[in-house]
Write a protein that binds this ligand. Structure first.
Ligand code: NAG
Length: 312
């Protein structure tokens, strides 16, 4: 009796000892299984995981160039899979603090590229139009008139932060939307982790802009807050599915609990993040409100089977 109970106690002990280490090694493998990995995932999960690579490539290049003055072709060419270099990105004029923050974002995006590519095959870097003119066009659409001189994202810190407001948030809403459609726990774990850091980046950018919200963007005489509101209104219009985007200040009714105008984070009436489909995202990043007409930041369109299915 005493012997058998001490044996079972011993077995119990061994079990507890091994379970955690088994778990740890599973998690390590999670990101290192490489190309075989995708065979474990349903096709729809693969498509939904590949789609955000389009935005991660954009963010990696825009942040790397903005902070450091070079991109993936210098940092890790293998990640581009031979895709063409982006057109027109530049090192931005930034203070040491903001340059440091943006450099951190840039390396985070490289991690995201690696994590997605370790899970699904992915595709080469699409052609990205990161010229000042490309951003100027977005701002002109947001204001419904040409700004003069044309908006230049690389000219100063405020402009760079405003340009950064343009894209990462769109990726965030995409991850919220994708999560509900994923079937495998593994894909959902990855998307939750990507969403966590992307929304953190969005929060940092919004906070930095919120601190500067009443400042006038030179030489336009328009406040930072109004820029964010106009960009969000434009994205709602292009997305075509109603209110999913809010600037730094909203009508009180739209604020948290309908009680406050300050809107450092965007969310619905319950302060739950908005979600977007890949199609809504394409309508926004192509700049023209159609998922089948490439343009804007993606002159030749986005890649992956979801985006390709909309190109004739
Ligand atoms: C980039 O965008 C600008 C503004 O729309 C455009 O003038 C330029 O031709 C584009 N470049 C490429 C390579 O698509």
């Amino acid at each position: 009796m005493a012997l058998s109970s001490s044996i079972s106690l011993f077995l119990c002990f061994m079990f507890l000892l091994f379970v955690p280490s088994f778990h740890a090694s599973e998690l390590d493998q999670e990101t290192s299984r490489n190309s075989h990995a995708s065979s474990f995932l349903p096709k729809s999960d693969i498509d939904l995981l590949e789609f955000p690579l389009n935005l991660e490539y954009f963010e990696a290049e825009f942040f790397l160039w903005g902070a450091l003055g070079y991109g993936l072709d210098v940092v890790d060419p293998s990640l581009t899979k031979g895709g063409p270099p982006p057109v027109g990105p530049k090192r931005a004029k930034l203070s040491p603090l903001i340059r440091d923050v943006i450099a951190q974002f840039a390396y985070q995006e490289i991690g995201h590229l690696r994590a997605i590519k370790n899970t699904v095959r992915g595709f080469p870097r699409p052609l990205l139009n990161l010229t000042a003119e490309s951003f100027a066009k977005v701002m002109n659409s947001a204001f419904g008139r040409p700004l003069f001189p044309p908006f230049n994202p690389y000219a100063n810190e405020i402009n760079y932060l405003l340009a950064s407001y343009v894209i990462p948030y769109v990726g965030l809403t995409g991850y919220v939307g994708a999560n509900a459609k994923l079937q495998s726990p593994r894909a959902r774990r990855l998307v939750a982790g990507l969403l966590g850091v992307e929304s953190g980046q969005d929060a940092v950018l919004r906070t930095l802009l919120y601190e500067r919200s009443s400042r006038k963007v030179r030489p336009y005489g328009v406040s930072v807050a109004e820029f964010t509101n106009r960009i969000s209104v434009l994205r709602n219009k292009l997305g075509g599915e109603g209110l999913k985007d809010e600037g730094l200040f909203v009508k009180k009714e739209w604020g948290a609990e309908g009680l406050i105008r300050g809107n450092v984070l965007a969310g619905n009436k319950y302060s739950i993040s908005y979600e977007r489909t890949p199609e809504e995202i394409l309508r926004i990043v192509y700049g023209g409100g159609s998922e089948s007409k490439p343009g804007g930041f993606y002159p030749k369109g986005a890649d992956g089977s979801i985006a390709k299915s909309h190109l004739k």
